[in-house]
Design a protein around this ligand. Sequence first.
Ligand code: HEM
Length: 133
Amino acid sequence: MPHSLAQDLWTVTLYERLGGAAGIRRIVDGAVAAHMDNPLIGHRFQPYADRPERVEEIKQHTCDFFAVGSGGPGTYTGRSMTEAHRGMKIDDAKYDGAADDILKTMKALNYDADTRAEVGAILDTLKPEITHV
Ligand code: HEM
């Protein structure tokens, strides 16, 4: 269906509801901190603790990934989800643990339930690309 100008003016993208680049950055910072402390997946993140420049690069890629995936500007230059997670032996429980970290971070940052549910639904669609690869 073609979009009218009025529709475009009234459409608030998920990117905007996330608070744009600054909002996404806060979510990514909080989620990575939660991943570090998560007993299910922390071991995959802790080796990066003393490599701040690498953490920054991964965070930047993840911010771009969320921006592009939520209707925002920019380009994602990181690897595909399957390439990035290959060999990590991510099963359903680990995947759900990471998704919970993101959604709990969003709750702590006072995002509304609809916005959290929308992010959760997008994360669900990525599961086959990240688990058992
Ligand atoms: C919940 C869904 C997930 C999403 C949307 C996601 C997204 C991403 C993105 C966008 C990157 C950056 C890729 C790049 O820089 O090329 C990344 C890297 C990474 N992810 Fe995930 N991820 C998810 C789940 C997980 C889980 C469950 C684990 C661990 C068990 C994990 C561990 C990692 C690690 C360790 C890296 C850094 C890899 C490296 O650059 O060496 N991720 N992830």
